[in-house]
Design a protein around this ligand. Structure first.
Ligand SMILES: Cc1ncc(COP(=O)(O)O)c(C=O)c1O
Length: 394
């Protein structure tokens, strides 16, 4: 920790814990203390820590070929792109990068490249989160993330989440695309209102706009379907992925309809490390593991189990306002500050997250056992009891 103080830039708030090892949904710190992790890898470790098949694939790949530039064909990247595109409802082709924000930058560029030059505007939604580089950050309609960074990129319009009339009004002759997280993650696990995504699809079709789904958090099995566009049965033209795409190895991707993908011509965009053999090996192993172990169905079942129990807690504790979930993406909205509960859970050996101040967020691994889920629920129950007691005392 002293070394961090001295040599690592302090742009993150860190818990005073150093994690040294992980296996499944268990992690250990440098003092040997064990934790149950219901937020593994900030949503990246959808198969838990160090899943065996991914570890083996990466170990074998790293000994064969670590990196080759995208000026060469590479078998793994082709196989990975095929496996991904076959699991979507709309996409035929993939572009690979290294992170979520990078995938969204590619989507912004592709939207501008694919539409006529006088069409550049992208409509995004309040409470959304698309990343930290300047294009994705401008797409992120949350003023707190913009402070001190202006002037931001031109050509974005923000609409209230869920307000189709506002979107209709924001569309003009300069609009190129509508970009949305099918479920807002960082924004507090917020679901789109009924038929909202379908309404966006209709508007996009009417006005010849591209519909971009940022599935960085919802993608790759999180919702119990391969992608949230299948969960909601609405097809985008472009989808961005990262986080769990490579089960914890850095990787990002953009998938697009073939006619849209064609606008990303040689020289228009690139990423040096994008789709590298290690990321590709991990990404392939991730997909194979999910299918071999039946984890999409498992995620649905696990999510329902956790949600039912949390809804019971919501009726027991009056400071729990609402429980929202899709598969293993779960938000517990509180009337009180959530950070002290996260800290209390940490002391009790449970890792969870709080977003937007009052929403506890769980992004458990889809292969979390029922026994471990119940253990996590028991700790949450204890933390809620302590929070309730504290409210009475103060
Ligand atoms: C929906 C969504 N989009 C984009 C990003 C940015 O991803 P990255 O941190 O990999 O750039 C995130 C990160 O939390 C996200 O949740």
């Amino acid at each position: 920790m002293e070394r961090f103080e001295k040599f690592v830039i302090g742009n993150y708030r860190r818990y005073p814990v150093a994690l040294v090892r992980g296996e499944g949904s268990t992690v250990w710190d440098s003092d040997g203390r064990e934790y149950l992790d219901l937020f593994p890898g900030w949503g990246c470790n959808l198969l838990g820590h160090c899943p065996a098949k991914v570890v083996q694939a990466v170990q074998e790949q790293v000994a064969k070929l670590i990196h080759v530039p995208n000026t060469w064909y590479m078998e793994q990247q082709g196989v990975w792109a095929e496996l991904l595109s076959q699991r979507t409802e709309f996409a035929a082709q993939a572009f690979f990068c290294n992170s979520g924000t990078e995938a969204n930058e590619a989507a912004i560029k592709l939207a501008r490249l694919h539409t006529p030059p006088d069409r550049y505007k992208i409509i995004t939604f309040t409470g959304g989160f698309h990343g930290r580089t300047l294009g994705s950050l401008t797409a992120t309609a949350q003023p707190k993330y913009h402070e001190g960074l202006g002037p931001l990129m031109a050509g974005f319009a923000y609409c209230p989440m869920g307000d189709l009339a506002a979107v209709r009004q924001a569309i003009d002759e300069t609009t190129a695309a509508i970009m949305i997280e099918p479920i807002q993650g960082e924004g507090g696990v917020r679901m789109p209102p009924e038929r909202f995504l379908a309404g966006l699809r209709e508007l996009a079709d009417q006005h010849e706009l591209l519909l971009i789904f940022d599935e960085v958090q919802t993608g790759c099995g999180r919702t119990g379907t391969w992608f949230a566009h299948q969960y909601f049965d609405v097809q985008p033209d472009i989808m961005t992925l990262a986080k769990s795409l490579c089960a914890g190895i850095a990787g990002g991707a953009l998938l697009a309809r073939p006619e849209v993908a064609a606008s990303l011509k040689p020289g228009t965009h690139a990423a040096t490390f994008g789709g590298n053999p290690i990321a590709a090996a991990a990404g392939i192993a991730m997909i194979e593991t999910i299918e071999e172990e039946g984890l999409l169905a498992a995620a649905t079942e696990l999510g329902e189990h956790l949600t039912t129990a949390l809804q019971q807690m919501a009726s027991d504790f009056d400071f729990i306002r609402e429980v929202r979930s899709a598969g293993v993406m779960i938000g517990i909205e509180l009337d009180i500050d959530g950070s002290p509960i996260v800290e209390d859970c940490l002391r009790r050996g449970l890792l969870i997250n709080c977003t937007q101040g009052t929403v506890l967020r769980l992004l458990p691994a889809m292969n979390l056992s029922k026994q471990a889920a119940d253990q996590g629920l028991e700790i949450l129950q204890q933390a809620f009891e302590a929070a309730g007691q504290q409210a009475v005392d103060s």
